[in-house]
Every structure is written in structure tokens, then in C-alpha cells.
Design a protein around this ligand. Sequence first.
Ligand code: PLP
Length: 442
Amino acid sequence: MTSRLLHRGRATPPMAVSGHGCWLRDSGGREVLDASGGAAVSCLGHAHPDVVAAVQKQVAALEYAHTGFFTNEPAERLGEALLGHEPGGLSRAYFVSGGSEAMEAALKLARQHFVEKGEPGRTRFIARRQSYHGNTLGALALGGNAARRAPYAPILADAFSHVSAAFPYRGMREGEDEAAYVARLAGELEAEFQRLGPAKVAAFVAETVVGATAGCVAAPTGYFKAVREICDRHGALLILDEVMSGMGRTGTLHAWEQEGIAPDIQAIAKGLGGGYQPIGAILMNDRVLAPIMAGSGAFQHGHTYLSHPVACAAALAVQEVIARDGLLDRVQAMGARLEAGLVERFGNHRHVGDIRGRGLFRAIELVADRSTRAPFEPTRKLNLRIRDEAFARGLAVYPGGGTVDGARGDHILLAPPYIAGEAEIDLIVERLGEAVDAALAA
Ligand code: PLP
């Protein structure tokens, strides 16, 4: 049968027909170990009975009710589950259908905050090169990934500017320690505020742990404290994009918990609903909402599927299972096992320059030369070759690579489900090892 779908590549991919636990099965009966949870989505793996039951129950009771007229129970309960204890002062949630929608909402909320506060001159957002915040036009303009932006540059809004990513492996200079590196990055951000005019900046936006564009890159200690201080000093908001790194993926529910700071607005998605339904959200603190509540009284934004009852019911079930089964502890334990396995397999590999990440959010970066950290030629498409070699061995991994100060680095991102067992973690390392060597030999 000819596929009528516009696929991502020329070929029609194999058809996935079912899943169970960490495994996906295609129409030919082949089983693939889902080592990246798709794109860091499937945190509970596939066909989790509790989530399936919650979705079935909700769709039978109420599939949809427009938020212009109604709220609904799953959305209210999900809001309470996420924010009942007001983590980091975050007190309200706004449920959308995915990560890009969440980031668009975050930008608009920040803008409306300042308009209603009487600071309409704050029109600028500072983000980082080596970042991805989504594919819709606002989110794409915000992101700093040159390759993804290039074809659309003429139609992207220019309210956005970019500073260096916090990327120790690629960004730290010889002889520089972490503190000096953080000070240099903070100085660069401060200089960007000054260049734009501090009273013109609405927010600084960053992924707490960079996902797809750089491959599980955590900032050096003290970086987020420094950027939080700069934002506060200039009256700007801090927006953290935890679409990929949030909801337990790094071993704490929010990745910012490990940084000793909290954002004003946070975007979450993927691990929120674990893929059982499309859902994303922004979480915000009272400070962001205060001028809006005192002014117009409403966020001027909306989508048809806000607070979708079935999506919220799925996400609520996912979050309840994570809490009930103590899966954050498991992410830490299995994350440590995955890291140890990667270090053992690739620590001395001549073409693996860096092994990094947190929790069950890990990556290896491939280099042509370990001593100079020179990447492979982009034309070699090593990351895609490794993905294909892995897939041929029944392992799904997430390839990436981005422009890093003019040099492209290939990386492979791993984000297995939180329920992965020891044998599955070990199998990921084993099959990835074979795939890397096969791709390099080709
Ligand atoms: N932000 C980050 C950090 C992401 O990784 C992604 C997707 O990969 C997005 C935003 C966009 O999310 P979505 O693809 O659900 O629109």
C-alpha cells in the first residue's frame, strides 16, 4: 500500500503496532527496545495498565468540554497533583497539547505580564545558541539552533537574541575552571542585557538540561544561580524549558531542583503525559500572574484543546504511578547504572569524546579526534548511521547534532522509560556499543 502520509524522510518507516514495557513491536513482529522513549516521551514505557485504564475511563465519561464554559475534574486534579505543594513558588498551571504550544504560551504570558504591569517596553527575549524550544514560529525564533532556523529565518520574529550555551565539553577554555566558566557566561548574559537595554528584556529562556540540540548537557554548578540573579537584578523573568528534561527524567521531578533556583515560568510536556496523550503545560508563580489578575483578569491566549480531559486524565495517571511506585528513585539508580555502563563501554573509545547527562537522560558525543575534540564531517552523518545500525539491532536511540561554535558534533541521546530494568539498561549499552562500532567501520 502506498502511504499517503508525509513522512520525515523519503522512505515509509516500519509500522509500529503495539508496545509493552520498554519494547515496541512492528507489523512484522520485530521487537525494538525503546532506549530513547521516542524523544524522551515514554517515561512509563508502553501499555501501562493503570494509564490505559484511566484513559478508557475518562473517554467514556467526558471526552471534551470547552474551557470557555467549563473546567473539568482531571485537569483540576492534575493541577493539584503538580502544584498542591507549590514547588519553587509555582502555583498555577495552563494545560496545552505539547511542548511548542507550551513555549508559545510562556512567551505570551511573559509579554502580557509586562504589558499589564506598565512596562510595555519589555519586548526582548534572550535565549541561548544550542537550544531548541519547539517548531512553531515563535518557539523556533526563540531557539538558537542555526540549522533548524535557517530555512525560516526571513519569517521569524526578531524579538530574540542568543548568548552562548553552558556547555562544558565544548565551551570551557583550557585552564578555565567551572567557576571561571560560569563567570564568563554570566558576563556574556549581562553584556547582552546591557546591549539591548535592561529595561527592554522580558525574559531569559533556557533548557535546564539541554536536550536534542546538544545531547543532555547540564550546566556547570552555579550557572543557574548566576542567571537567576541577573534576571532579578534587571526585573526580567526566568523561563525554563523542561519539555524534554523535566518530569523526573533527570532524577528529580523538575530539573531545576538540582540547581538551587526556581523559574518564574516553566514549560513541561513529553514526560508529563508519557505519550499516552498529547499534553504540555506551563507552570507559573504568583509574581507572573499578579499584574494580570489585578488588571485584565485573563491570560489573552487559548487553544481549542486546553485542559483536554482525556489528556489530563492520562497525565494524572502517569504522575500518580511515578509517585506511587517511587520511580524518581529508580531513575537515579538506573541512571547511575546506565552511566556506569556507558563509561565502561565507551570511556576509552577513541571516537567517544564525552559521556554526559543526568538520571535517565544520557548522551555520548562522537568525535573524530579525542584530543582535539574535532567532530566528524557532517556529510558523514554519523549520528544517523548509528541510529540505523542500532535500529537494525533492535534498539531505538535518538540521534542529534548541532552547530557548536561553528563545529558540528554528533551525539546519541538515550532516555529509556523509568521502568527499565537492569537487564534492559545493560542491553542498551551492549547494542549501542555494537552500533557505534559498525557505523564507524562503514
Ligand atoms: N522544547 C524542548 C526542550 C524540546 O525538546 C521540544 C521537543 O523536542 C520542544 C520544546 C517542542 O515540543 P513539541 O515537539 O511537543 O512541540
